[in-house]
Design a protein around this ligand. Structure first.
Ligand code: GLN
Length: 490
């Protein structure tokens, strides 16, 4: 294999070469730096590239025994994951200059397996968005077509994996932020069950919906990365004390006889090319021996409304802490009698971008006295109904299949001035967060314009193994994951 193509390899190919010593962490870092220098200025998948830090990590790794499931493997980190001593800004001006005082649990686990950490992947400010255009520090572009968005909010992570600017990545998903960019960039993205992965050290957006998960070049890598980050953590009271199965051996289990649930969904706004690709995937699964069941998810049409009530309510409360006192940015002080209130006001006005402000206002409104029952409480009730829809579905099937997104990657600027249109691009992803169930997106075709199309698989809580098993069988039977954007290493 030519030395210059290592970054094009999935993690499960890269790691053995590093562990055996045929490839050194320093060689990986030099290739990475060369790729970042030539492609990151245009793509802006990363907010910054610290040459020194990467070289120092490679050196430190070369002094250690060549051990660990991710020894020397470069993993991109979304800018909302705390890495001790490093900047963590959530792509927001309000956190400009903030350095994380401790490591997120997922980072501690990556370090323990010898991963080479590559901060900071670009994102929508505080993970509010579906295009990465809401980053305060510049938008990320789609590696398949630079005139298009990479999706969001983990757009930097997805673009970095697709463009071979890293081997794998971590993102976070509150309403689709791992799966939607994975679909737009033609990579695999997995949102684990709520509680499967510790949220300790993930900057909170909506605490009852947020999960950290992998973005990878193939399904085996998703299983590998999940096996490193999954598991109970006493530091996150919502992390579940549930045993973690061996995800890599689950891949090999035969899928014949698994039941595949195909819901009847509203097709409003659904691109016919996506519909066709997803229908072809259903046939492929049938050929693999899965038994197709038509299922109903009657409350799904309300998912977007419910999400934008609950997610904004939780966000407005989580973002109250950014007032210029403890974290990051503080607006210039004045000596006015109302100096403290003024400082809060001007810090928040200058620190938050337009989408963050919109969410704080919406969330404050739905939680306010007199509206709480009408919006938040009602939203919570419908959330329960959506959860029950899935509980019933999973009595009849093992895996549910639907599109990840209604359209392929849209153009930069296309939806920026129309928040409702932007919100609707999450129509198929949001319900998994509301129900707390695991969901995965993987490539299942291409549009006429050669843009990737994503297929979404969902499973019952803590059944990531079944999800990965089905996804792997599909991947083995198809070639979609082998197609790469022109910008990637050939
Ligand atoms: N696009 C959705 C939103 O804007 C989901 C974001 C996410 O999952 N973080 O809220």
């Amino acid at each position: 294999m030519p030395a210059a193509s290592w970054l094009a390899q999935p993690m499960h190919v890269l790691q053995p070469a590093l562990a055996q010593g045929t490839l050194s962490p320093a060689a990986v870092v030099e290739e990475l730096l060369a790729r970042l220098a030539s492609h990151n200025p245009a793509l802006q998948a990363f907010l910054e590239v610290s040459t020194e830090r990467l070289r120092a990590q490679a050196h430190a790794l070369s002094q250690q025994p060549r051990q660990g499931k991710l020894y020397g493997v470069p993993i991109a980190l979304k800018d909302n994951l705390c890495l001790q001593g490093e900047l963590t800004t959530c792509a927001s001006r309000i956190l400009e200059g903030f350095r994380a005082p401790y490591d997120a649990t997922v980072i501690t686990r990556l370090k323990a397996e010898g991963a080479l950490l590559v901060p900071r992947a670009n994102m929508d400010e505080f993970a509010f968005g579906s295009s990465t255009e809401n980053s305060a520090f510049g938008l990320t572009r789609n590696p398949w077509d630079a005139s298009r968005v990479p999706g969001g909010s983990s757009g930097g992570s997805a673009a970095a994996v697709a463009a071979d600017l890293c081997a794998g990545a971590l993102g976070s998903d509150t309403g689709g932020s791992i799966r939607q960019p994975a679909a737009f960039c033609g990579v695999v993205g997995l949102k684990p069950t709520y509680g499967r992965v510790s949220r300790y050290g993930l900057v909170a957006f909506a605490s009852s919906l947020d999960q950290i998960g992998p973005l990878t070049k193939d399904v085996r890598d998703a299983a590998l990365l999940l096996s490193v980050i999954a598991g109970h953590d006493p530091r996150d009271s919502t992390s579940a004390p549930v045993a973690v199965p061996d995800y890599l051996t689950a891949l090999e289990r035969p899928v014949k006889g698994l039941r595949l649930g195909v819901p009847q969904l509203s097709e409003e706004g659904l691109d016919p090319q996506i519909k066709q690709a997803v229908e072809a995937a259903v046939r492929q699964f049938e050929q693999l021996g899965l038994q197709v069941e038509r299922i109903a998810l009657p409350h799904l049409p309300h998912a977007v409304e419910v999400y934008y009530i609950i997610a904004t309510a939780e966000a407005s409360s989580n973002l109250a802490r950014y007032d210029g006192v403890q974290y990051g940015h503080r607006a210039a002080e004045n000596r006015h009698p109302n100096a403290l209130l003024d400082m809060y006001f001007s810090t928040r006005t200058s620190g938050f971008g337009p989408e963050a402000r919109r969410r704080i206002l919406l969330g404050t409104y739905v939680l306010s006295q007199g509206y709480y029952e009408a919006y938040y409480l009602k939203g919570m009730k419908v959330r329960t109904l959506i959860k029950q829809d899935f509980e019933q579905a999973f009595q009849r099937c093992d895996v549910v299949l639907m599109p990840t997104t209604p359209t392929p990657a849209f153009r930069v600027g296309e939806k920026l001035t129309d928040p409702l249109q932007m919100y609707l691009s999450d129509i198929y992803t949001i319900s998994a967060n509301l129900a707390g169930i695991p969901a995965l997106s993987m490539p299942c075709g291409f549009s006429a314009e050669s843009l990737p199309i994503g297929l979404q698989l969902l499973a019952a809580p803590f059944k990531e193994d079944v999800l990965l098993q089905a996804a792997y069988a599909y991947e083995q039977a198809t070639e979609w994951h082998r197609r790469k954007p022109a910008i990637s290493i050939k």
